[in-house]
Design a protein around this ligand. Structure first.
Ligand SMILES: C[S@@+](CC[C@H](N)C(=O)[O-])C[C@H]1O[C@@H](n2cnc3c(N)ncnc32)[C@H](O)[C@@H]1O
Length: 215
């Protein structure tokens, strides 16, 4: 559903529409589509080893250097640049429906591999658990994040991390509807992965890193 031509057209439209038009659309959607019920609580044992960090830059400084990394949703390449500078991965796979706005120095970096397609289309093409960590920051709608989790969880090596940007539940008019918190909490409650890091940030749009259990 999240890889078909209608969905791709919707993503292209979202990139083209001015912010004010998108805001009106979001308000209309909120009127007809009530917010979901509260997310399930994350079981306490899964939080016992979680380290609280000041921001996502600090998260990058805690991750192992090198490795095979994937970012879902790259946009201008701001975070990809940080990954390159701080983590110095052996391979950085960037996935986005369009790289038109992405910084040329990021796209031209020797370890970068560019995949201009949908997140689920890219991840679903292989079943190999071949990434040390995956950063999920594409479509923030609930159904899209559920689909990204389903496609990404088996692509992370045992002991590796699945990291989500904008771990937030937002129904604030004008800011869109973020289903990341809902989708991630449901996944945690269902599958029991421990939370390794929670990183804060000035806009309270936190990052959360889940560790795939070894074995
Ligand atoms: C929030 S931006 C990414 C920001 C970037 N990670 C950073 O922190 O600098 C989201 C990006 O995801 C892309 N995107 C949204 N839905 C997508 C999908 N289903 N498949 C691929 N890319 C998608 C958009 O085109 C946009 O460039």
């Amino acid at each position: 559903m999240t890889a078909g031509p209608a969905y791709r057209a919707q993503l292209a439209l979202r990139r083209l529409l001015p912010e004010r038009v998108k805001m009106v659309g979001r308000l209309a959607r909120l009127a007809f589509q009530p917010p979901p019920p509260p997310a399930p609580a994350i079981p306490q044992p899964q939080l016992e080893g979680c380290v609280l960090l000041t921001d996502r830059g600090e998260l990058l400084r805690r991750l192992p250097k090198g490795g095979r990394v994937c970012e879902l949703g790259t946009y201008r390449g701001d975070f990809a640049r940080l990954i390159l500078d701080i983590v110095q991965p052996d391979e950085l796979h960037l996935v986005d429906v369009s790289f038109a706005l992405c910084a040329p120095d990021v796209l031209g970096h020797p370890v970068v591999r560019r995949h201009e397609t949908t997140t689920t289309g890219y991840l679903g093409a292989s079943a190999a658990a071949d990434f040390d960590w995956i950063y999920v920051d594409a479509d923030h709608g609930y159904a899209a994040v559920v689909a990204d989790i389903a496609a990404a969880k088996g692509r992370v090596k045992p002991g590796g991390l699945l990291v989500f940007n904008d771990f937030a539940r937002i129904v604030r008019p004008g800011f869109g509807v973020f289903g990341v918190h809902q989708a991630v909490c449901e996944f945690l409650a269902a599958e029991g992965w421990p939370v390794a890091y929670l990183s804060l940030g000035g806009e309270a749009l936190y990052d959360i890193a889940l560790r795939r259990p070894a074995g």
